[in-house]
Design a protein around this ligand. Structure first.
Ligand code: 5RP
Length: 262
């Protein structure tokens, strides 16, 4: 692997081989999502516990202090909205020159396997990898499901992750599911877990994150279950302990309660 590619990946994936990225890219199709109306206020207190931010160029420029050294994964796909015809209809919206100008550690885009735009999103991924390889920039593929959240099973997500890796993604972001080891084992590159919509309890989040880490995920790109929570810093600290300190769900809950009550 080229020096630049290795260097960028090592900024994102910590020496223990694990990572916890904070995604705040939701506005690119959801607009001012709940608790992300003023992203700079949401992001600032959480930065100390994150290993990287997943953002669009607009939010990066407007809401993230360029003097902070947190590595950035730049979302470079988009083109649809929650009120549009089809969330899967995306293109590459941000150039490689822009990614370099913004000094990002990686770029990220969504693929929509099984949708009407499967072909387009996969060809977009191939083209993005072609360009990024020229500059040593890793690509994170996001296995998106649009509004069809029920698609999240190991057979479907395993298919998506494997295809993303075959197209050259260096990291794949997918949802946790039952039998998550089947997803990870079929994917020859590292897998990070997204959180999806808010879970009912903190414990539920800690349980699935712990299970996913035990089954081979290298970390998280988990947003709403952190920043839509009433105690986002407590959630960050507790999840950080699962990812980087091998904490159990019980340990994480204790950390959460301690921070919440302090
Ligand atoms: C939105 C995304 C998000 O980054 C991803 O879904 C992770 O966030 P959450 O944990 O809120 O699901 O790719 O398209």
């Amino acid at each position: 692997m080229d020096w630049g590619m290795k260097n960028r990946l090592s900024r994102l994936i910590k020496p223990d081989g694990h990572c916890f990225f904070l995604p705040i890219d939701h506005g690119y199709f959801q607009g001012p999502t709940k608790k992300l109306e003023r992203p700079e206020e949401t992001i600032a207190p959480l930065v100390p516990y994150a290993d990287g931010l997943f953002v669009t160029r607009g939010i990066l420029r407007a809401c993230v202090n360029p003097e902070n050294n947190l590595p950035v994964i730049l979302r470079v796909s988009g083109g649809s909205s929650v009120i549009g015809k089809d969330l899967a209809h995306e293109a590459i919206t941000t150039s490689i020159q822009e990614a370099i100008r913004l000094n990002v550690a990686a770029v990220g885009m969504s693929i929509f396997v099984g949708s009407d735009y499967e072909y387009d999103s996969l060809v977009n991924l191939g083209k993005l990898v072609n360009e990024c390889e020229n500059y040593g920039i890793p690509v994170m593929a996001v296995t998106a499901v649009g509004k069809e959240l029920t698609k999240r099973d190991s057979r479907y997500l395993g298919l998506c992750c494997r295809i993303a890796a075959e197209f050259g993604a260096k990291v794949v972001k997918t949802y946790w599911c039952e039998d998550f080891d089947k997803v990870v084992n079929g994917c020859p590159v590292p897998v990070v877990m997204a959180g999806g919509p808010r879970c009912e309890t903190e414990r539920e989040v800690f349980e699935f994150v712990h299970d996913g880490m035990q089954k081979g995920a290298i970390g998280l790109t988990l947003g709403r279950n952190v920043w839509q929570h009433d105690y986002p810093e407590a959630m960050m600290k507790a999840l950080h302990a699962i990812v980087h300190k091998n904490a159990s769900a019980e340990d994480a809950e204790e950390i959460y309660e301690d921070v919440k009550n302090s």
